[in-house]
Design a protein around this ligand. Structure first.
Ligand code: PMP
Length: 448
């Protein structure tokens, strides 16, 4: 009661939008994939904040690294030589292929994307940017312009007419991913071709080319793409979609930015970075969330050539790359290796996808199951024939029921029609079985 009163009086309106509004969850403790509320109820966390806790809540190794650094040094800015920043930058760069070797540390994903926008513009001398439908790239004024979904924006018109819903300098490419409602071929799974997904691929890539031919300017600064869309509801692109997009962008003088805020650090299982699953090499990689296992941090990693263009500008970030964040992030990289986190993401994610696909074939209201590793979306529909998105009320009913049975998941998609599963990557097959039993019960109860 008292906490809700404080929320009403002293917290910003935006933070009032809590996920479980019928019966809020008051969380106060976490360990690995588990969370506890004040009444001692335990929840299996399958959303990790929003895909942020990578190796586990309060992971003992990461917590110990933070504690060691807490006793040594909390803060210096990068006007001093701070060894933790240098050591971490070297370690992070070793996880990226050549020539992606120059690291800029920030405090969040929005800051990282903001910085990448500036770098792309300075490097190319061009101004316009391209993103895809369904994308989310941040909540700062600039990155909100990149973000496609209008529900994350504010309708404020600037003097140049930018409403933050669609800035004049940001062009929107088709989203080219499986999505029940809007795509020309409803899901890649249904394309009907003998070899897999070629028909759907051709159609999406055709759309992409059409967009470039008709609405993208001849010179652009850059293209932002999430390797798998996160907030969009785990939307995956067809094979070669990003590859084609990168080529078309580069023909127009632009640089290509992979937004790995959700997909990085092994989340997609088969690769450490999501872009590696698309056979592309970005010019910049932006990251946050999983980088710090919940500790605020972000980064842009780019090439020496782009860094040289950027060196002309004055760039300062008081907290970016602080000793505490670097100590935590360094320990996260070690832990991913020591705990086999990426492999677990692959194994458990593959198992979960297989089991969810069985539920999709059983239940009329599951329209699509998609994703990779532990970045999974389950699209809910009124029925398979119409493929209309399930209503927000119905989504909430199932969502709250799942929570009441002890599992936290996420929601996403432009119609809020996708359940999202992006847990701490330490979950086990037993956890998955528990979730599946809960999910089945919730669906059954809703349908009855
Ligand atoms: N990019 C992507 C793909 C994201 O999902 C998010 C956050 N949901 C951001 C950028 C922005 O990150 P932050 O909230 O840390 O600013």
């Amino acid at each position: 009661e008292r906490i809700m009163e404080i929320r009403r009086k002293n917290c910003s309106p935006m933070t009032m939008k809590i996920t479980y509004y019928k019966k809020p969850v008051f969380l106060h403790q976490g360990y690995m994939q588990w969370l506890w509320d004040f009444d001692g109820n335990r929840y299996l966390d399958l959303f990790a904040g929003v895909a942020t806790v990578s190796v586990g809540h309060c992971h003992p190794k990461v917590a110990a690294a933070l504690q060691r650094q807490l006793k040594k040094l909390w803060h210096t800015t990068n006007i001093y030589v701070n060894p933790t920043l240098h050591e971490y930058s070297e370690k992070l760069a070793s996880h990226l292929p050549d020539p992606l070797k120059v690291v800029y540390l920030t405090n969040s994903g929005s800051e990282a994307n903001d910085l990448a926008m500036l770098m792309a513009r300075l490097h190319t001398g061009n101004f316009d940017l391209l993103t895809l439908r369904g994308s989310y790239h941040g909540g700062t004024q600039q990155t909100m312009g990149l973000t496609s979904n209008s529900s994350y924006k504010y309708p404020i018109a600037t003097s140049s007419g930018c409403t933050n819903t669609m800035c004049p300098d940001v062009f929107r490419g088709p989203w080219g991913g499986s999505h029940c409602r809007d795509s020309p071929v409803q899901t890649t799974r249904q394309c009907g071709c003998a070899q897999g997904h070629c028909m759907a691929n051709d159609q999406y890539i055709g759309q992409l080319k059409e967009t470039f031919a008709t609405s993208v300017p001849s010179r652009i600064a850059g293209f932002f793409g999430e390797p798998i869309q996160g907030m969009g509801g785990a939307v995956q692109y067809p094979k070669n979609y990003l590859k084609e997009a990168y080529q078309l962008v580069r023909e127009r003088g632009g640089v290509c930015i992979a937004d790995e805020v959700q997909t990085g650090f092994g989340r997609t299982g088969s690769h450490f970075w999501g872009f590696q699953g698309h056979d592309v090499l970005p010019d910049m990689v932006t990251m946050a969330k999983g980088i710090g296992d919940g500790f605020p941090m972000g980064a842009v990693v780019t090439t020496p050539e782009i860094a040289a263009s950027f060196a002309k500008a004055y760039h300062f970030n008081t907290f970016g790359g602080g000793p505490l964040a670097c100590a935590v992030a360094s320990s996260v990289l070690d832990t991913i290796k020591e705990d086999g986190t990426q492999q677990n993401s692959h194994n458990v994610g593959t198992y979960l996808m297989t089991e969810l696909a069985k539920l999709r074939d059983t239940y009329e209201i599951i329209g699509d199951v998609r994703g990779k590793g532990l970045q999974i979306g389950v699209e809910m529909v009124t029925n398979k024939a119409s493929r209309d998105p399930l209503s927000p009320e119905a989504m909430s009913e199932i969502f709250e029921d799942i929570k009441d049975m002890g599992v936290l998941i996420g929601k996403g998609g432009v119609y809020g029609q996708a359940f999202r599963i992006q847990p701490p990557m330490c979950i086990t097959k037993e956890d998955v079985n528990f979730f599946l039993a809960v999910f089945k019960k919730a669906i059954q109860r809703y349908m009855d």
